[in-house]
Design a protein. Structure first.
Length: 172
């Protein structure tokens, strides 16, 4: 059984015991903001910022994952990903203490990108963390407007929709 299935099974078991706590659509107090940037090499970099206003610690973030409807939403692979080699370090970044991986789905073209950490580097209540990014060869709207799912330290989840990061023009 893969790690993603174990997390899903834990969420399912939780939903049987505590259905109101397990999956919340946009009322968990968690936001994931995204901005798109062109690199000097012409690649497209998607940067994500996670803002936690929930009382629980966040230990994992999936981009392109709608846990509420049990589906992945991404189809454009990051640069250099292969089934055998996985996601190269040059295709994604993580904050210190976090690891990133691409989660495939059996017999499906859809996947999601997941960042995971231990409790020591989890995002606490009131916390905000940057440093999550994915690099593609061309723009792809799913990385800007898909769903996200966060996993809390108590094995519950919350799903929401990515929001564009508001950039403020420089004041003169």
């Amino acid at each position: 059984m893969c790690r993603h299935q174990i997390v899903c099974m834990a969420a399912f078991i939780c939903s049987l015991a505590f259905p109101a706590l397990c999956i919340a659509q946009n009322n968990s107090g968690v936001s994931v903001l995204v901005r798109q940037q062109r690199s000097s090499a012409g690649e497209v970099v998607y940067h994500y910022t996670v803002v936690n206003r929930d009382k629980r610690k966040i230990v994992a973030i999936d981009i392109g994952r709608d846990e509420e409807h049990d589906r992945s939403e991404l189809t454009e692979l990051p640069i250099g990903w292969t089934f055998d080699e996985g996601l190269p370090a040059t295709s994604a970044t993580s904050p210190p203490g976090w690891e990133v991986m691409l989660i495939t789905n059996e017999e499906s073209q859809y996947f999601d990108i997941e960042w995971r950490t231990g409790d020591a580097t989890a995002i606490p209540r009131g916390g905000k963390k940057t440093g999550y990014s994915v690099i593609l060869s061309k723009p792809h709207p799913q990385y800007m407007n898909s769903h996200f799912t966060v996993f809390f330290s108590d094995a519950t989840t919350a799903t929401g929709t990515l929001r564009a990061e508001q950039t403020h023009p420089a004041k003169h």
